[in-house]
Design a protein around this ligand. Structure first.
Ligand SMILES: NC(=O)c1ccc[n+]([C@@H]2O[C@H](COP(=O)([O-])OP(=O)(O)OC[C@H]3O[C@@H](n4cnc5c(N)ncnc54)[C@H](OP(=O)(O)O)[C@@H]3O)[C@@H](O)[C@H]2O)c1
Length: 237
């Protein structure tokens, strides 16, 4: 069976690192993001046999159309990685309802919708694997990130439930929960201060998260797991 993996949020950061690692392992990648040019640059750099698609995961119709396009050009999707997310950090009292909704729609509902779309072909093929990107903040909470945290905590319940729902179809659903990783999402943070609280004493690299994602995609007897990749941050908070 050919290995076709759709990576939502695959154009930059952690998703891009996952795409690079999986390309080396012989997967055919669909690199998906809103900015098509950026996704195309990533896909071209992966080499031949990989394609870029533009899709906003907060729009169900976009997701439906994207899966149709992917299946037409690359074949059935049997692996799915959900790395598309946004954050609008701020204290709850200062958070606007539209910023609450956009985070929940993109991070939580977007992932639910891509999983639903991918499952159709995975069920047909009697097999597949999904990895959803959560966050240590979804497990431990963080001041100023209550909505982002809720979106990621929601993914834990969703992923564990879905893991139970589709296990008999030989489809596995797992999560990784990163701490601070060097990407655009963390570029504005005060790293020197924050890394003092990390037992391993540094931020992580996208390639380090990618290894965990690949492990969960490829390990046949693991489902419903949340793998923390945070340099030990969870031990202290
Ligand atoms: N970096 C960290 O420290 C950290 C820690 C914990 C968890 N995470 C999680 O890890 C995942 C990847 O994070 P990252 O740091 O790599 O983020 P990033 O560098 O900001 O990249 C986000 C990716 O998601 C895409 N994206 C954003 N909104 C989208 C939408 N509505 N529809 C489709 N694609 C969308 C972006 O492309 P476009 O903008 O072109 O759409 C980009 O490819 C996220 O789930 C994040 O919450 C990250």
């Amino acid at each position: 069976m050919s290995k076709v993996c759709a990576i939502f949020g695959g154009s930059r950061g952690i998703g891009q690192a996952v795409a690079q690692l999986l390309a080396q392992k012989g997967y055919h990648l669909a690199v998906v993001a809103r900015n098509l040019e950026r996704a195309q640059t990533t896909a071209i750099n992966l080499g031949a046999g990989h394609l870029a698609f533009s899709c906003d995961v907060s729009r169900e119709e976009d997701i439906q159309n994207t899966f149709k396009e992917i299946e037409k050009s690359l074949g059935h999707v049997n692996y799915l990685v959900n790395a598309a997310a946004i954050n609008r950090d701020g204290l709850l009292l200062r958070t606007q309802p539209e910023d609450m909704l956009s985070q929940l729609q993109t991070n939580l509902v977007g992932t639910m919708l891509t999983c639903k779309a991918a499952l159709k072909s995975m069920v047909q093929q009697q097999g597949g694997a999904i990895v959803n990107l959560g966050s240590i903040v979804g497990l431990k909470g963080n001041s100023g990130q209550s909505i982002y945290s809720a979106s990621k905590a929601g993914l834990v319940g969703f992923s564990c439930s879905l893991a139970k729902e589709v296990a008999r179809k030989n489809i596995r659903v797992n999560m990784v929960a990163p701490g601070f990783i060097h990407t655009d999402m963390t570029a504005h943070l005060k790293e020197e201060e924050l890394k003092k609280n990390i037992p391993l004493g540094r931020f992580g690299e996208p390639s380090e998260v990618a290894k965990a994602v690949a492990f969960l995609l490829e390990t046949p007897y693991v489902t419903g797991h949340v793998l923390i990749i945070d340099g030990g941050l969870h031990l202290l908070t």
